[in-house]
Design a protein around this ligand. Sequence first.
Ligand code: ADP
Ligand code: MG
Length: 470
Amino acid sequence: MQSIASYDVYSGVSMTTNQAKHVWETALGQLEVQVTRPSYETWLKNTVGIEHSDGEFVVGTPNAFVAEMLEQRMYSLISQAMERITSEPVDVRFQVTPTDDLRSTRKSSVKERRVEPATVQNDSFRGFQHGFNLNSMYTFDNFIIGKSNELAHAAALATTDNPGVLYNPLVIHSDVGLGKTHLLHAIGAQMRLSGLSLIYTTTEDFTNAYIKAIRHGQTEDFRSHYRNTDALLLDDIQFLIGKEQTQEGFFHTFNALHMANKQIVITSDRPLTELSLLERRVRSRLAGGLVVDIQPPDIETRLAILDAKAQSFGQGFPSDVLQFLSERIRSNVRELEGALNRINAYSQTTRSPINLSLVKQITTDIIGSNRRHFLKPAKVIEEVAQYFDVSQSSLKGPRGTKVVALARQITMYILREETNLGPTNIGRALGGKDHSTVVKNCAKIAKQIHSDPQLRRHVVNLQKLVTETS
Ligand code: ADP
Ligand code: MG
């Protein structure tokens, strides 16, 4: 690392690199006892003090992701610690500065691991996803970054910089259609460029391979097949929910890879807590890892995604059409793409130019009525609370009286019926309820409505109330 600081003749307050390093180490000592161990290990441990001048203190971080996390989540803790040490207000700035340590780890690991993917193929498992199963359409280059996915994107990218070192495992979590698989393939493509061997597999294929291995008494081969790789990219691990035997198989594979510092990246559209057996077993190992989630994209991001996809069609989508779609299709990138595909196909087969009225006509079923997309969860919660004369906080809280529980279930059901929110976000709107709780309760109400006229009346009344006044 170069020595950056020099004496600043104007302010007269400048520290040498060495002093800055010392000050930061003192700050780290304080921060270490203020944050949890995994947080410290993940975010703070590999940072260095670089420079202090003019009331600005520069901290070097191993990658952009750490810089961003420190800036967003720990800024006030850090600046307070710095102020205590320097006895003056300090602006802390984070700057990506790979440490020599990380750099050397990376170089040697890439060299050691340079294995042609083909050479690790094991005949009995040929056909079960290798690095070759990557979709070349999904790359970092064509992944549009916005507020809702920037952390997941940065974490994914960081993983390819230092596989097996920084975040292991990396778990990417979101509702469906928000880019998990895209990022996973992008990681795979990037790792292959660096000459790493990897296995990308859907959890379904993984499960089938495991069952087959058991049947043929080849579980040892199964495991060594996976162990012989630098990285395992496992898509849709929620598929293991309720499959305890495969969870067991995955657990052993996971452990072997993790102990050998092989990079593991997992995607899930349910919280990992629902993988009960696995969760209990791997909890301690997850501590060294990172769970990032992707939220539904905001309007700017939706527009940017539409823009990029529209350009790839090579035919004109007027900007009012893109604007319209980005306003109406809110929850899911896959739906945005689906709308473009459909419009494109329609205009090609009918040889009609794309314009707003055509688009409105052919997307009504995806878009539905407008209110569905503009109804706010807070509004629904407020109306239900008022209707049943319970407090909004009780709806967001745990259990409660019978009435509260029923009101809460109805809220979930109405949110599912009247908004575009997926179960994860419905749970979040209700104070952090589980995905599975939301799914269960919605199913329960949907069923009871048929047999319980009183319940049906409540639900219908409420649906009217929330949609009329919104
Ligand atoms: P998930 O695995 O979370 O269900 P996918 O990764 O399959 O979602 O994404 C659905 C579609 O949306 C894919 O075609 C993907 O390329 C696209 N997509 C999602 N997020 C983005 C993004 N940020 N930029 C560009 N395309 C995206
Ligand atoms: Mg997916």
